[in-house]
Design a protein around this ligand. Structure first.
Ligand code: C2E
Ligand code: CA
Ligand code: CA
Ligand code: CA
Length: 275
C-alpha cells in the first residue's frame, strides 16, 4: 500500500530523490489542512443482495488541498500515524461519520476505519462513547473497521476493548481480512461481527482459481463463526457472479457505487432519504 502511494507520487513529482521532500511537505501540511477544514468524508454503499438493498456505508476520508488537489489517504494516513495527527483526524472522522448518519437512511449503518495507532490510544472506548452520546447516533448503526494488525498489537487489551464496544451495541469488522495474520485463533476469543474479504482476492477471482477457493473458505469460516462476510473492491459483473458462487452475498465496490459525498451517496441510492 505504501508502494502504491509512492508510485502515485512519482507521477506528481517525477524527480528521483524527492520522496523525502514530499513526505515532509505532507507532514508540515497536515495540521494546517486540518485547521482549514480541507478534509471531507465520502461514503461508499454496501449492498446485501439477499435483502436487495444498501445496508450500510463506509466512510472514507478525502483530503482536498487548495493548491495540490486530492491527496489519497494511503499517502497521508501513514504519515498522520507517525506524527500523531491521526489522533485529531481520527476523532474528527468518527464524529463526522456519526453526525452524518442522520442524513443516511435509518436502516443503514455507517462503517468507520480506525487506525491501529488510534485503537491503542488511551481511553479509546471512552472517546467512542463520548462521540456516540454527543452525536446521538444509535450505536447499533455504528461499525468500526479494524485490521488484524491493529487488534494484534496487544491481544489482551484488544479483546477487552472489543468486548466493551460490543456491550455498547457497536459492531466490529475485520478489514482487509486474509492479508494479515495466518493465525486465526483470535477469531475464537474476540467479539467480531464481520469479515471484510480483501480486494486482492476479489480482483483475482476471475483469473485465479485459488482466489475463489480462498473466498469460499472465508465465507464458510464466517458462517461457522456466526459473523457476516462482505467482499470489498467488486468492480465487474463477472467478479460478482463468481463471488456469489463462492457463497458471498454482500458487496462493496465500484460496480455498486463509488465513494461519493454524503448528499450524493445518501440521496442517489435511497431517493426517499432526507438530503
Ligand atoms: P480500505 O479501508 O480497504 O478502503 C477501501 C479502499 O478501496 C478505498 O480507497 C476505496 O475508495 C477503494 N475502493 C472501493 N471500491 C473499489 C473498487 O471497486 N476498486 C478499487 N480499485 N478500489 C475500490 P481509499 O478511499 O483511497 O482509501 C484507502 C485506504 O485508506 C483505506 O483502505 C483505509 O485503509 C485508509 N482510509 C481511508 N479513509 C480512512 C479514514 O477515515 N481513517 C483511517 N484510519 N483510514 C482511512
Ligand atoms: Ca475499510
Ligand atoms: Ca482493503
Ligand atoms: Ca485498509
Amino acid at each position: 500500500a505504501r508502494a502504491a502511494g509512492i508510485g502515485n507520487w512519482a507521477v506528481f513529482h517525477p524527480e528521483i530523490g524527492k520522496v523525502a521532500d514530499y513526505r515532509q511537505w505532507i507532514e508540515a501540511e497536515l495540521h494546517p489542512a486540518f485547521e482549514r477544514g480541507d478534509f471531507d468524508l465520502y461514503y461508499q454503499p454496501q449492498i446485501d443482495l439477499m435483502k436487495g438493498r444498501t445496508v450500510g456505508y463506509e466512510a472514507l476520508i478525502r483530503w482536498k488541498h487548495p493548491e495540490r488537489g486530492m491527496i489519497p489517504p494511503m499517502e497521508f494516513i501513514p504519515i498522520a500515524e507517525e506524527t500523531g495527527m491521526i489522533g485529531p483526524i481520527g476523532a474528527w472522522v468518527l464524529r463526522k461519520a456519526c453526525a452524518d448518519a442522520r442524513h443516511l437512511p435509518d436502516d443503514c449503518f455507517v462503517a468507520v476505519n480506525i487506525s491501529a495507532v488510534q485503537f491503542v490510544t488511551r481511553d479509546f472506548v471512552g472517546m467512542v462513547g463520548d462521540i456516540v452520546r454527543e452525536t446521538g447516533i444509535d450505536p447499533r448503526r455504528l461499525e468500526l473497521e479494524l485490521t488484524e494488525t491493529a487488534m494484534m498489537q496487544d491481544r489482551g487489551r484488544a479483546e477487552a476493548i472489543l468486548k466493551q464496544l460490543t456491550a455498547m451495541g457497536i459492531s466490529v469488522a475485520v478489514d482487509d481480512f486474509g492479508t494479515g495474520y495466518s493465525n486465526l485463533s483470535y477469531l475464537v476469543d474476540f467479539s467480531i461481527h464481520k469479515l471484510k474479504i480483501d480486494r486482492s482476492f476479489v480482483s483475482r477471482i476471475d483469473t485465479d482459481q485459488n482466489s475463489g477457493a480462498v473466498v469460499s473458505t472465508i465465507v464458510g469460516l464466517s458462517r461457522a463463526l456466526g459473523v457476516h462476510a462482505i467482499a470489498e473492491g467488486v468492480e465487474t459483473e463477472n467478479q460478482a457472479t463468481l463471488l456469489r458462487a463462492a457463497g458471498c452475498d454482500v458487496f462493496q465496490g465500484f460496480l455498486f457505487g463509488h465513494p461519493a459525498p454524503l448528499k450524493i451517496a445518501g440521496g442517489q441510492l435511497h431517493p426517499t432519504a432526507a438530503a
